[in-house]
Design a protein around this ligand. Structure first.
Ligand code: NAD
Length: 351
């Protein structure tokens, strides 16, 4: 049975990446019915908003979406579509794995981190106002419910994926109440996983230094929204940059899969941007849909293309275009399928 999935091409480089990823997923052997819905700058004139209700309706109906990046218009009064979408659908956990890829020149070879970022509150909710003409105030709200919920997600993820440790990241030494509550919530949840998953905590500034010096010491990190945003870009930098950093926004009712990077408007329409991050987000989506074998096949094909280095985009040192890189992944998938079919079947043991 085909999976019905909402596809939001997005804007900037989004449509090219979404098309490349859709082609790769269609070549995975898994059946998809794509419910394509437009959001972002292009629809503002027609619908008066970059996030028309039909987009949310489609995701609520299908419960799974693949999304290209969407530009946040500056100075138009519209809130970020990305933030609004996460809040409207209760996508409370932002999962951002950062794993080294063979063939990419980076400082470390064996980084394997998973960032779990709280996705609904904290300073990132953008609740702010002017206090008179010369001062602005942003409000940081941290709740026990949201903090325990995301901590539980991190521990469950660790258990389900055989990870050994969860590290809570905070600044509770200074923001004793807000970050203090986040840390306390993580500790409460950690106690329920004692003996199964290790737990520790780090202050966010120290964490940044540790990650660039000894990333191998860390495994799953759980962070409030803003630190999660920043530290996940740092983690992306450790494994080859934004072009290879996938992500997933997960809630109880729906899940939206998207790259960590933005819409890079300067490269829009140039067939230049790297589709790897969105393709790897597609791999996360396959796993979420229970299509584990297809996820493995697609991830191996992507990693092989990157390791081979002949069909990669400019940011990975190559000259291939977005669509060429997708073609190379599709060729690898087809070659792997042929090899599988050609494998001799072992004779049945003589009785
Ligand atoms: P960006 O991620 O769009 O670009 C930063 C730089 O990273 C680019 O200049 C480019 O050099 C590199 N880069 C990013 N993705 C790449 C790719 N796939 N291939 C090759 N190089 C890549 O960040 P920005 O410039 O801060 O944001 C641009 C717009 O995107 C803003 O409007 C922002 O709000 C929006 N944004 C959207 C999302 C989202 O949709 N989830 C996320 C982040 C930013």
């Amino acid at each position: 049975m085909a999976h019905r999935v909402t596809l939001i091409p997005g804007d900037g480089i989004g449509p090219e990446l979404a098309e490349a990823t859709r082609r790769v997923l269609d070549a995975s052997g898994v059946g998809f019915e794509w419910d394509v819905v437009e959001a972002g700058e292009a629809v503002i004139e027609r619908h008066g908003t970059p996030l028309p209700e039909y987009v949310l309706e489609s995701i609520r109906r299908n419960r799974v979406a693949l999304k290209g990046p969407i530009t946040t218009p500056i100075g138009t009064g519209f809130r970020s579509v990305n933030v609004t979408l996460r809040q409207a659908l209760g996508l409370y956990a932002n999962l951002r794995p950062a794993r080294s890829m063979k063939g990419l020149e980076t400082r470390y070879e064996n980084v394997d981190l998973v960032i779990v970022r709280e996705n609904t509150e904290d300073l990132y909710a953008g609740i702010e106002h002017m206090v008179g003409p010369d001062a602005a105030e942003s409000i940081k709200i941290i709740t026990r419910t949201a903090s325990e919920r995301v901590a539980r997600f991190a521990f469950d993820y660790a258990v389900a994926n055989g990870r050994r440790k969860v590290t809570a990241v905070h600044k509770a030494n200074i923001m004793k109440l807000s970050d203090g509550l986040f840390l306390e919530s993580c500790r409460t949840v950690a106690a329920q996983y004692e003996g199964r998953v290790e737990f520790e905590d780090r202050i966010v500034d120290n964490m940044c230094m540790q990650l660039v010096q000894k990333p191998e010491l860390y495994d799953v990190l759980v962070l409030p929204n803003l630190y999660g945003d920043i530290v996940s870009d740092l983690a992306a930098g450790l494994v080859g940059g934004l072009g290879v950093a996938p992500g997933a926004n997960i809630g109880t009712e729906a899940a939206v899969f998207e790259a960590v990077h933005g819409s890079v408007p300067k490269y829009a329409g140039q067939n230049k941007a790297n589709p790897t991050a969105l393709m790897l987000s597609g791999v996360l989506m396959l796993r979420h849909l229970g299509e584990t074998a297809a996820a493995e096949r697609v991830e191996t094909a992507i990693r092989d293309v990157v390791a081979d280095g002949r069909s990669v985009t400019y940011d990975l040192g190559g000259t291939a275009g977005t669509s060429d890189m997708a073609d190379a992944v599709i060729e690898r998938l087809a070659a792997a399928d042929d090899a599988e079919r050609a494998r001799p079947v072992a004779p049945a043991p003589a009785s």
